[in-house]
Write a protein that binds this ligand. Structure first.
Ligand code: HEM
Length: 405
């Protein structure tokens, strides 16, 4: 029988040093009771094998209605009924659903993100990347996130979906607010404004369809009952947020890892054919997603010698799983020649990231062209002074100051 462990609060210390904290959790067993920043209680899973098994375990449910009910019994959000409606309008998407809804929704977008489909976007991605690098070249020092890692994925996903350029900056603010763990972040206001914006955008796509994914999705909903009206807003929201909050961090965390490991940087510069493997290693070593999205136990589940009761929240630490010494040798070291396949940075099972092929190409183009353009690229801040954003879901820096050389 496992000893009773007091829940630990996932506060700023956890977000600033998730790998250090994960090591401590790991020593305490494969499932660790925690309290999330907004007061929700749950379990964090740290072992690779347990994480992989649970990501694909149908006893862990993502049903959004049940999650939101459970959430409200545990946390008093202190908001009004209208803002709760907005929040649920955004969360009722495939990442928060179980089969058969999940299967149906996922089928509708799968085709748009196959390696073949996204490879067609390659020339446009290279163009956007080069334009950003041209602008950066006018400076000695930049925040790589602001100048490069943010604008690239947001431009790509907005073009793919057909979001007009004028609203993109505003969209980024809403999206940042929604993934924030800061209890004072104006989440309800951002959710309400974003729902209004997406509704208008969908209306415009209905009136004047374009050559974009959102127009296709609107069209599908009119063709039959495959994508209902109330499913369009959450689908658009999921694709927009998932499509840029994460890839930013892959570029940012990957470049940081290289700049902190000059030997690995030199190896990659000497042999650019290592790039696709290096991207897998960035995903493994310091991936963009910290804890996978909320799941709850539809029945009791045993993890090692810990029994998790029915109706409890489970958070799977992708960062911890990917540094489990039982699965990867020297797990905390960057090795761009490593066979990093099998990492869990994109999740596993039915919710495995639909955008993985797009994210991989974006990161390869971005990091490859950045290194080719600036051969003196270097950190312009002490690594210990860099801060991580306040989020238990995302793992990304607030800023990444670099000298371009
Ligand atoms: C799901 C990571 C980029 C769209 C997921 C999940 C992870 C993840 C871990 C599963 C979450 C869970 O099971 O709780 C990442 C990473 C990315 C990335 C690390 C970048 C490096 C993208 C992009 C898109 C995207 C570019 C494009 C639209 C989605 C969608 C889902 C998802 C729609 C839900 C899939 C489902 O429920 O079946 N992603 N993602 N992601 N991702 Fe990504």
């Amino acid at each position: 029988m496992a000893a009773v462990v007091e829940p630990v609060r996932l506060d700023d210390a956890f977000m600033q040093d998730p790998h250090g904290m994960a090591e401590v959790f790991r020593q305490e067993g494969p499932a660790r009771p925690v309290v999330m920043p907004r007061g929700l209680r749950g379990w964090v899973i740290t072992g690779y094998h347990e994480a992989r098994a649970l990501l694909a375990d149908p006893r862990l449910s993502k049903n959004s209605e049940r999650i939101s009910e459970l959430f409200q019994t545990q946390v008093d959000p202190g908001d009004n009924a209208e803002s709760r409606t907005f929040a649920s309008a955004l969360t009722a998407h495939m990442l928060n659903s179980d089969p058969p809804e999940h299967t149906r929704l996922r089928k509708l977008v799968n085709k748009a993100f196959t390696p073949k489909s996204v490879d067609r976007l390659r020339p446009r991605m290279e163009q956007i990347t080069d334009a950003l690098l041209d602008e950066m070249a006018a400076h000695d020092e930049v925040d790589l996130l602001e100048s490069f890692a943010f604008p690239l994925p947001i431009t790509v996903i907005c073009e793919l979906l057909g979001v007009p350029e004028a609203q993109r900056a505003q969209f980024r603010d809403w999206s940042n607010t929604l993934v924030s763990a800061d209890p004072s972040a104006p989440i309800e206001k951002a959710a309400g404004e974003l729902v209004g914006y997406l509704r208008d955008l969908i209306e415009r796509k209905r009136a004047e369809p374009g050559q974009d994914l959102l127009s296709d999705l609107v069209h599908i909903s009119e063709d039959g009952d495959r994508l209902a009206e109330h499913e369009l807003v959450p689908m658009a929201f999921l694709l927009l947020v998932a499509g840029h909050e994460t890839t930013v961090n892959l570029i940012g965390n990957g470049v940081l890892a290289l700049l902190r490991n000059p030997g690995q940087l030199a190896a990659l510069r000497a042999d650019p054919s290592l790039l696709p493997g290096a991207v897998e290693e960035f995903l493994r070593l310091d991936g963009p997603v910290n804890l996978a999205t909320l799941r709850f136990t539809a029945e009791p589940v045993r993890v090692g010698d810990v029994e998790i009761g029915e109706g409890e929240f489970v958070l799977i630490s992708l960062l911890a799983a990917n540094r489990d010494g039982e699965r990867f040798d020297h797990p905390s070291s960057l090795d761009v020649t490593r066979q990093a396949g099998g990492h869990l940075a994109f999740g596993h099972g039915i919710h495995y990231c639909v955008g993985a092929p797009l994210a991989r190409i974006e990161a390869e183009i971005a990091i490859g062209r950045l290194l080719a353009r600036f051969d003196g690229l270097a950190l312009a801040a002490e690594p210990s002074r860099l801060r991580w954003r306040a989020s238990t879901l995302m793992h990304g820096l607030e800023t990444l100051p670099v000298r371009l050389g």
